[in-house]
Design a protein around this ligand. Sequence first.
Ligand code: HEM
Length: 460
Amino acid sequence: MPLPTGPKTSATVQMLNWVFRPMTYMEECAKVYGDIFTLKLQRNLPPLIFIHSPEAMQEVLTNDTKELEAPGDLNDIFEYLLGKNSVISQSGKEHQRQRQLLMPPLHGERMRTYADVINEVTEKAINKQQFNQPWNARTVSQEITLSVMMQAVFGLYEGERAEKIQKLLCEIIEVGSAAWRVALLYFPALQNAIGISQILKLQDRRQELADQLLYQEIQARRENPDPSRTDILSLLMAARDEDGQPMSDVELRDELMTLLVAGHETTATAIAWALYWIHKLPQVRQKLLQELDSLGENPDVNAIFKLPYLTAVCNETLRIYPVGMLTFPRRVKKPITLCGHELEPGSVVMGSIYLTHHREDIYPNSKQFNPERFLEKQFSPYEFLPFGGGARRCIGLAFAQFEMKLALAKILTNWELELVNQSEIKPKRRGLVTGPDRPIQMVIKNRRQQKAQILEAVTI
Ligand code: HEM
């Protein structure tokens, strides 16, 4: 059966486009080849079949046990950072078991207990900035989300070991985000190139140090067990498999690394993009402030979480430049028909979240930031899917939305910020996710008083 069509250029040209300009390349392909197309990135790798229509997305994401599967081995690309035992690298029963272990602390009442930490670390991170002095929105939001993740995972975000882990993680992610680092994942032969091997050694060293600190933390817990702790590490250490065996130190390390990496960089980027759009479009900021001020002083976290316009702004932020461009890959197990093409077993299907979010038939003027579209229409889970879907849907979905809303509410109601430069910022690849193509520079103009306080001051 012939594969869906795609570019006729050599595998190397396709790979370079994919590594260095993935979003534009996907758009160019969709324009020429439509709802389904094939990229051949390497001669010895299976061709990748890209889909983006909501119908095909639904078929792929809800079909995990029948014709398609999302096997952990297709996620090997994450192994250099997250290890072999991460939930991302598991399949079948083990994958389900790990998800069940990790989900509860990231949802419901347990999740809401992080509200104070989110407020506290947001206040601290913004207060550190000088008035009228530029700062990088992504660096500051990363400081917030990493501290919050440390609290959720370890139950601590202060202290020497915690601070060292945070610093190393930021450095590891920064190096891993470069496009050349992604190219190495696809072209391992390049690793011997002069210069690159030195940088890789340095990265390995940082990784080793981070691992040592994680193992020290695990060891400290083993020596001083405290059954009252509710952080994720404590829960993982208490868990037993079907044979009554606890997780090994290496398994624990891989899971911790997964949560720390997947759980902070993504949300940090989303918060930074939201700050960019809110301050680029004055009418958006004004509407948001009106909504936030209507809650009065010290609003309830649940009330913030439910605000319709804040929700619409967060959704539109995640729609226009989704931090995850793609769902995880799925491998065809039995022949399946997608967008009129019969796919053979062994084919690998990629859901392009980015392309779905830019389909003009779903999102007219898709390049425009327009939160109102989320107030006017309810999109299906296969039209709007920044967190993927199905058995592999992001386990941090609720947590990320909660954190994003609380951090933005805190910043907007307390400070008057401005963008240093109004020129357009575009998305680009940052490792295996996306981010802004240059720093989003902001300044604090003033400490803001809420409307109620301003009115009070005027009447006195
Ligand atoms: C705005 C923030 C975030 C975005 C946009 C995002 C996006 C995604 C996407 C697109 C996937 C792949 C889903 C699929 O293939 O169907 C994913 C998976 C995952 N995410 Fe997130 N994520 C975010 C925040 C978080 C947070 C806060 C955590 C942890 C606390 C987290 C942990 C994970 C994990 C562990 C997986 C793998 C799930 C599995 O294999 O079963 N993410 N995320």
